[in-house]
Design a protein around this ligand. Structure first.
Ligand code: FAD
Length: 305
């Protein structure tokens, strides 16, 4: 119930204006978002790197409505990549990109061209790009753009969402040599026609997808905070004899930080997804939808002083 309220709020521009104008909400924003600018992103990446954690940086923003905004987002990524390179943070730092932030909903071709420029800059910086997954209406277009990008930049990563009924098939298609696939549960409000609705069905689908990816030839990126799924992934990695450089765990900045360091200390490759920028509203609403404890924290931040 709360999940659907927050996911509906994520798409409401009225709510966005209201919440974004409440300065006290900064407390909770800081917990999940590294800061507003590229310097904040670099500082956080350095702290995490010192703890033995890799990062994937996301310049926040989605559903770009104008070509100018899309070009500005591309330029932010180009700046980020050149700063990561000069700070010596690559290859441990990569970037995550939402195609909707570079104009996918305006013009697929423009999104491809801007994403391609970002992939080229990532290659120049000695790192790579992963294309985030958004709502199901974008999945076909995102996977088509991925396959075009992979012609020139084969290490470009995909994200697949276990809650979508189609995803087992997509895992089979992508579990091939050289392919990097992040598997997550999925963070959007999706109809029953395309997505499993119960937590149990989503978890079962996650395990089926994990089995396909772990037994395949690609590089699985296991993105979850769920202790049961993390334990199953460790088990499958042992079963399929995958070494620590043949798969990785991924967790979100600010979520279960002690688990991030525990997994790294156990010898796993761990990457933290670090969002930064001032367009934090949609991202924060999805995090609140995931966990009631986050909602209580948010409520406290709004009512205290
Ligand atoms: P949940 O079902 O949220 O949680 C399961 C269990 O994990 C909980 O019961 C609890 O035991 C534990 N847990 C969870 N959060 C906490 C916490 N804060 N403290 C303590 N225990 C906790 N979604 C997309 O749709 N597209 C993307 O591109 C995308 N990229 C992602 C990248 C990364 C690196 C990660 C980690 C997630 C990404 N997601 C993405 C979000 C994802 O789809 C889920 O919405 C999100 O990860 C929550 O699902 P979960 O697997 O963590 O399990």
């Amino acid at each position: 119930m709360l999940r659907s309220v927050f996911l509906a709020a994520a798409g409401s521009s009225r709510m966005e204006r209201l919440i974004s104008s409440v300065p006290v909400s900064k407390g909770i924003v800081q917990r999940f978002v590294a800061g507003a600018g590229v310097d904040d992103a670099l500082r956080t990446s350095r702290v995490l790197a010192d703890d033995g954690l890799a990062v994937s940086l996301d310049h926040l923003g989605e559903d770009t409505l104008t070509a100018e905004q899309a070009a500005a987002t591309r330029d932010q990524y180009l700046l980020l990549l050149s700063r990561l390179k000069s700070a010596g943070l690559t290859p441990a730092a990569e970037v995550s990109l939402k195609l909707s932030a570079v104009g996918q909903k305006l013009d697929d071709k423009m999104a491809y061209e801007y994403a391609s420029a970002i992939c080229a800059a990532a290659a120049e910086a000695g790192t790579t790009v992963t294309l985030d997954a958004e709502d199901h209406s974008t999945t076909d277009s995102t996977l088509e753009i991925l396959s075009e990008l992979r012609r020139d930049h084969p290490s470009t990563g995909a994200v697949l969402q276990a809650y979508l009924r189609r995803t087992e098939g997509d895992c089979r298609e992508l579990a091939t040599a050289g392919s990097r696939v992040r598997l997550c549960k999925g963070a959007y409000a999706e109809p029953e026609s395309v997505a499993y609705q119960s937590a149990l069905d989503v978890d079962k689908a996650y395990v089926r997808c994990l089995n396909i990816l772990m037994s395949g030839e690609g590089y699985p990126m296991v993105a979850t905070h769920d202790p049961r799924l993390i334990a199953i992934a460790e088990d499958r990695a042992r079963w399929f004899d995958r070494q620590s450089d043949e798969f990785e765990f991924q967790l979100l900045f600010g979520v279960r930080p002690e688990e991030q360091t525990r997994l790294a200390a156990a010898g796993h490759t761990v990457r933290v997804y670090v969002p930064y920028g001032d367009q934090w509203y949609g991202y924060l609403m999805r995090r609140l939808a995931e966990r009631p404890a986050n909602v209580a924290f948010f409520g406290k931040a709004l009512t205290s002083k």
